[in-house]
Each structure stands twice: as C-alpha cells, then as structure tokens.
Design a protein around this ligand. Structure first.
Ligand code: HDE
Length: 727
C-alpha cells in the first residue's frame, strides 16, 4: 500500500495489462534535454528571435512559432454534457461466474482481473464548474476485456428524465445556462429547465431523485452507479436474459447537506476530484461491487412497468440485486488530458455475451457517442488514443483519417480479397465472433410511444414514500429552492400541479414555500405523449403495488465504517497532547484521516511543550470540507479557540450540517461559545450528550468509541429540527 502523499502514479503497474500498455506511451523529461517537436535541441527557451534587442520578432523563428502554434491549439471542445469529470484506473474482479447467463469471458472466469478506467462526472456544468452542483453524476466504466472494450456508461441514478432519445437535445438545452446571458452555471434552478420539466411528466420520477440528496454526493466513492437501461446477457447457447447493472459503493451511499454543498462550491470547487485523488494516493482505494438484476426473457411482460422504459426501476424487492464482483480503483492518471479528457465512452461498446434492448433512449445513445467523439477528438481514429485502445489487437479494413497512428502493412484494405489471402479473417461465433441477438421483429414504422410507457407517477411516488422523514424534508426544500429561483409563476404553478400527482403532502409543502395554491395539473399535461390524446387525455394515475422500497432510502445504507472520513482537530497553543494523540491514533486505526487545524499554520506547542504540526489554518479550511470535528482539551488552547470567531463558526457549521462533534470536557467553553451550546454547563458530569452526535467526555479513551460510532452514522439529520444555527 503506498504511503500517504506518495503518488500511486509512481507505483509499479503490477499485472494490469492496460497500465503496461499505457507505459509505452509515457515520457518523462527528468534528466532529459529540451527539444523542438522535430527533436532539435533548444538553446534558448526564454527569448524570441528579434531584429535587434529592441526590434520586431522574426517570422523565421521556428522555435517560437512551433511553441505558440501548439499552445493556440491546446484546447479541444469540452463534452456537450458531462464536461467536468475525474478519472481513475483500477481492476474488476468477478466473485462468481455468470456463465449461466452470459458468455462474456470477463464475467465467466473468477481468476481474471480486468483492467478498468472510470470517469465520474457532473452533467450540466462546464469543465471548470463546481463538483457540488445539484446534478446527476456520470459513472462511466471502461472494461479492457480480452474480448475487446466493454463500456458501462451509467449514472448515479437508476433512471432518466426522458423516454425517447429524440428529446435529449431539448432536455440539455433546457438545463444548460440560458442562451442569452449564459446564466446559471451548473445549476438546474432556472426557468428554462423547469419550464421543460413541468411540461414533461415522464421526467417526474427522475426529478424526485434529482431533488433528493443523491444529487449532492459526499464523494464519488460514496455513490451508487446504474447502467439505467435494461441490457441483455447472451449465454453460450444463445439464450438471452434481461439484465440491469448496479454499482454499490462499499463505503455506503452518503451525501452532504444542500447548504453545505453550496458552501463547498466556494471553499473547494474541486472537492470530489480532490477527494478521489487523495483517497487513491492515501491507499484508501475506492471499491464498488457490481450487482445485476436478472430477469428471464419469458418474464418480460410480468411487471407493472415496461422493462424498456428508462424512467422505471425494477425495485430490488421484486428482483434482488445479485452481487457478482468488485471494482477497485487503485491508481490515479498520470495526465488529466491524455487520460481523463481523451477517454471516449460509448454505450455501444459491447462484447460477445452482452447485447442491447429496444429501450428508445438506449437506441438513440447508440448513435450519439461515436458521433460526439468525432468532433470532440477530431476524427475517426480516436480509438487509437492510448487510453481508448483495447488491450487486444485491432485488425480491420478501416483506414486513414486524421491522426492515424497505425501503419497498416497489407496492400489490401478491403474484403473479400485474394491478394492478402482475405486477411483479416471474420471470426465464427463459436470462436468469439460477435453476433447480434436475433430478436424477432415484426412491426410497422411509426413515430410513437407504447402505452406501457404512460405511467409517470407511480414510481415517483414510490421513491418519495420510501424516503426517511429527513430525506423527504430535503426533497421538499430542494423543490422549494429550485422553483423559488424560477421567475415565471406559471412554471411554478404547473410544476406544483405535477407534484400533486406524486404526493399531496409534497405538493402542498412546496406550494406553501412558493406562496401559491396547488392547482390541478394542466391539460394536456404532456406535450410529448400521446400526440393524439386531445382533451380526453388525463394524466395516468397508477399506484405501485409496492408501498415502499427500502433500497431507495439512503437512511438504510452502510453505516459501519469511518474509513477515509476526514476529521478536523481544532487546536491552538497549550493543547493537551494526550487528548490529541489518543483520539488521533484510534481514528487513524479505523482508517479515518485526521487533520490538525489551528488559527495559524506552522506548529502548535502543546501543554507539555511538544510541537504538533498544523495541517491547515482556520483561514484556508472550513468545516464543510470535513466529516466530523474534534476539540481536544488543554485550557489555553480552548480559551484561544473560544475567542476565535473562525473556530466557533467551524463548530456552528458542523453542527448545522449535522456532523459528529466530539469535545473533551475541558473544551466545553468553546461549546458554550457556539449557538448550540448551553450557556451554563455542569462540567462535573463525566459524559454529556448535548444533542444527537455531539459527544462530550473527559476521558479521550472513553470518548473515542462513541465518536467512531457517531462518525459512521454520517449525519444526524434529526438535528435540523432545532434550526439553531444562523451560520
Ligand atoms: Fe450520455 N452522452 N446521453 N447518458 N453520457 C454523453 O458522450 C447521450 C444518457 C453518460 O465520462 C456524450 O462522450 C444521449 C443516459 C455519461 O466521458 C453524448 C442520451 C446515461 C457520459 C451523450 C444520453 C448517460 C455521457 C457527451 C439520451 C446513463 C459521460 C460526451 C439518449 C445511463 C461519459 C460523450 C464520460 C456522455 C449522449 C443519456 C450517461 C453527447 C443522446 C441515460 C456517464 O454522446
């Protein structure tokens, strides 16, 4: 395991065949001389060539021209969606063979370690936008399998806004900054987005997820991933089975509070990117288990929703998620542009044993991804960019095009041919040649949508009702915030009308916050379907037969670990080093990361004259960048902190965001200085539980167990009801 602060990028590539392949493309200028792109050694990189010291620059200066020209062309277009992302290398290991369902080799053999490259992203913001916007997160995984690349290009939400790819440009135009003033950046809280959404009731289920805390993850390492569409597995006998893919983070699914998200966006807009990078550098490798929901083909019609409808989940209570393997991200990229920016995912990159379905969203995606890479990466040879290359040979008759790297030696670039003995040869199915699933189709060409796609509210309702009380409150707040930013009152009203189809309490609470009445949803509520419904059309009111699904609430997630959680220790001169060390060691033993935060940088001198290095000053860090905070004892330290506005604010904010707070009993004066601290306290009692997750103890050893338990809980949302802190 690499030591803290040691770049994993320097660690050996071990037996990861993709990393070995990438090694061939890497250069390191250490101990090397500077040259031009043509390999000519450069003598002066400081001055352009001039006609005299004070004269004009000469056109013949090929060194200057080359440098500036290259610089002028450094930028490529950012992705039209998912522009901001962060990548990591890793491996995927199968727990149990899926041979019964799929012939994909990487899902058959538990001894194979498949290299992967993952890119997590936000959707709406541009490349330089904040990580913490309320948004869907992309979760794209490229498996470099022995049968070619398989890309699972998913999101952290299991459904999507629209049912037909035809509407994707409309959706994206609506959510992107408005066209006249390019406002707002990376935010859905504006008129055009809600205008569109309020007219597209098929988006209601997705909107519930987007307004939930899932849209503001604590970390890329703590969110689920979903393939969204129903795919097909195909086994050796050619039998097809429907499959939905899930990624489950080993650390559980956790998020931040909305107020916190907005603060993080200012204090550290790279929060998720940094968190992913730092965790990997510290050897706290992010892990995600791969799960599948398997549905026999014969059961396609057995559900109260259509398996091809990407606005629906298959509730886990109906078809359990079977965990089949684990992905571990264990290496940061060496070069952001070469790897994270140039990686090109495509839902159409599949391998034998996996196939598509007729989900109309998926079908549209099959066109879009190559098309977008052609412009973004500049031509048809983007598969030759090192990060995109399969780890198996690529041989075909595709030729030429911008930036072709391969030097094809054969005279023939067509098939059939006799001059080149017909090479490269087609491969029979039994030897691994890809064949498409021979789905029977007998249909008319129509522009239409199946009636089985018309229930837009039952799963939105299922989602809302499956949430814990605090999660429901957050959803109400999120709608109130977003629609509160909408200026057109008709859009607000229309949206509240849509919400009334989901849940009366939800609609009434949002309407109250907006100061408007709940009105019947407008007719026709959906401009998209059905086109010929006319005045007769009433929104379809279906009820899910499942009242609740536990898997939908983050309240039920993994809460048994504090691994990789960041804990701030607030200290000043005179701190009791015992009180620091005991707690620090205990937390670090559990895998947490402790940082010493003090009024100024350098070191603090403890009660017994020990020097304790300070990681950050209060000026540069804020509680929103930590999971929990601890104030050790030591009278002078505590007195300094209690008089330090930034320290008191730090605690107030941590309290407001419902985080675990622990204080040595000696540190109670600083609690008294906060909004949530009682003004008078009985410090004689050994253990005080002030509020949920606020732990006071005069013995560091005793404090530790409660503190660890509290951090593992992630948040004490119950505390929000006090509405104490104006911070
Ligand atoms: Fe994408 N999507 N998408 N998308 N998508 C892109 O491809 C598109 C959809 C997703 O980290 C683009 O290379 C259409 C669903 C991820 O590089 C583009 C439709 C899901 C990423 C594109 C969808 C996704 C993209 C932009 C509706 C979850 C980032 C840049 C039919 C299952 C991949 C690019 C990365 C990126 C098109 C809907 C996931 C334009 C037309 C549903 C994670 O091709």
């Amino acid at each position: 395991m690499p030591k803290k602060n040691q770049k994993t990028t320097n660690t050996p590539t071990s037996n990861n065949i993709k990393l070995e392949q990438l090694e061939n493309h890497k250069v390191d200028a250490t101990n090397e001389q500077m040259t031009t792109d043509q390999g000519v050694k450069i003598n002066d990189d400081q001055h352009s060539l001039k006609a005299g010291e004070r004269g004009a620059t000469l056109l013949e200066d090929f060194i200057f021209r080359e440098k500036i020209t290259h610089f002028d062309h450094e930028r490529i277009p950012e992705r039209v969606v998912h522009a901001r992302g962060s990548g990591a290398h890793g491996v995927f290991k199968l727990y149990e063979s899926m041979a019964k369902y799929t012939k994909a080799k990487f899902l058959n053999d538990t001894t194979i370690e498949t290299p992967v490259f993952v890119r997590f992203s936000t959707v709406a913001g541009s490349r330089g936008s904040t990580d913490l916007s309320r948004d869907v997160r992309g979760f794209a995984v490229k498996f470099y399998t022995q049968e070619g690349n398989f890309d699972l290009v998913g999101n952290n939400m299991p459904i999507f806004f629209i049912q037909d790819a035809m509407k994707f440009p409309d959706l994206v135009h609506a959510v992107k900054p408005e066209p006249d003033n390019e406002i707002p950046q990376a935010a859905s809280a504006h008129d055009t987005f809600w205008d569109f959404i309020s007219l597209m009731p098929e988006s209601t289920h997705m909107i519930m997820w987007l307004m939930s805390d899932r849209a503001i993850p604590r970390s890329y390492r703590m969110m689920e991933g979903f393939g969204v569409h129903t795919f097909r597995f195909i086994n050796e006998e050619g039998k097809a089975t429907f499959v939905k893919f899930h990624w489950k983070p080993v650390l559980g699914v956790h998020s931040v509070a909305w107020d916190e998200a907005q603060n993080i966006s200012g204090k550290d807009p790279d929060f998720h990117r940094r968190d992913l990078w730092d965790a990997i550098e510290a050897g706290q490798f992010p892990e995600f288990e791969l799960g599948v929901q398997i549905v026999p083909e014969e059961d396609e019609g057995k559900f109260e929703f259509d398996l091809l409808d990407p606005t629906k989940i298959i509730p886990e209570e109906i078809v359990p998620v079977q965990i089949i393997g684990k992905m571990t991200l264990n290496r940061n990229p060496d070069n952001f542009f070469a790897e994270t920016e140039q990686v090109a995912f495509h839902v159409g990159h599949i391998v034998p044993g996996i196939d598509f379905t007729n989900d109309p969203l998926m079908q549209g995606r099959l066109f879009s991804y190559t098309d977008t890479q052609l412009i973004r990466l500049g031509g048809p040879n983007f598969h030759e960019i090192p990060i995109n290359r399969p780890v198996v040979p690529v041989r075909n008759n595709q030729r030429d095009g911008f930036m072709r790297q391969t030097i094809d030696k054969l005279r023939t670039s067509y098939n059939p041919n006799s001059l080149g003995e017909n090479y490269p040869l087609q491969v029979p199915e039994k030897d691994g040649g890809f064949t498409s699933y021979a789905e029977r189709i007998d249909a008319r060409k129509v522009r239409a949508r199946s009636k089985s796609f018309q229930d837009h509210f039952s799963q939105a309702r299922l989602f809302f009702r499956s949430q814990s009380a605090p999660e429901q409150a957050h959803i109400i707040d999120a709608f109130s915030f977003e629609l509160g930013k909408v200026r057109d009152v008709n859009i607000r009203k229309r949206m509240v009308g849509v919400l009334s189809m989901v849940d009366k309490k939800l609609a009434a609470s949002v309407a109250y916050a907006l100061g408007i009445p709940v009105e019947k949803p407008e007719k026709p509520i959906n401009k998209g379907i059905p086109a010929d419904a006319g005045d007769e059309y009433e929104p379809f009111k279906a009820e899910s037969s499942l009242p609740k699904s536990a898997a939908l609430s983050m309240a039920n997630t993994v809460k048994n670990t504090i691994k990789s959680r960041k804990i701030a220790f607030l200290v000043a001169d005179g701190v009791d080093e015992q009180s620091v060390n005991v707690v620090r060691i205990a937390l670090e033993n559990e895998g947490a990361m402790v940082e010493i935060v003090a009024p100024k940088l350098g070191a603090v001198i403890s009660k017994n004259n020990e020097s304790i290095a300070v990681d950050h000053s209060l000026l540069t860090m804020a509680s929103v960048l930590y999971d929990a905070v601890y104030v050790p004892g030591g009278q002078n330290s505590v007195a300094t902190l209690a008089a330090e506005a930034n320290a008191v604010h730090f605690l107030n904010e941590a309290f407001k965001h419902c985080k675990a707070i622990a204080v040595d009993t000696q540190a109670l004066p600083i609690i008294s200085a906060t909004y949530f601290g009682p003004k008078k306290m009985d410090t004689k009692s050994e253990k005080l539980e002030l509020y949920e997750g606020v732990i006071v103890n005069d013995k560091p050893k005793n404090l530790v167990a409660d503190f660890i338990k509290a951090i593992a809980q992630h948040r004490f949302w119950e505390r929000e009801k006090y509405r104490l802190v104006p911070a």
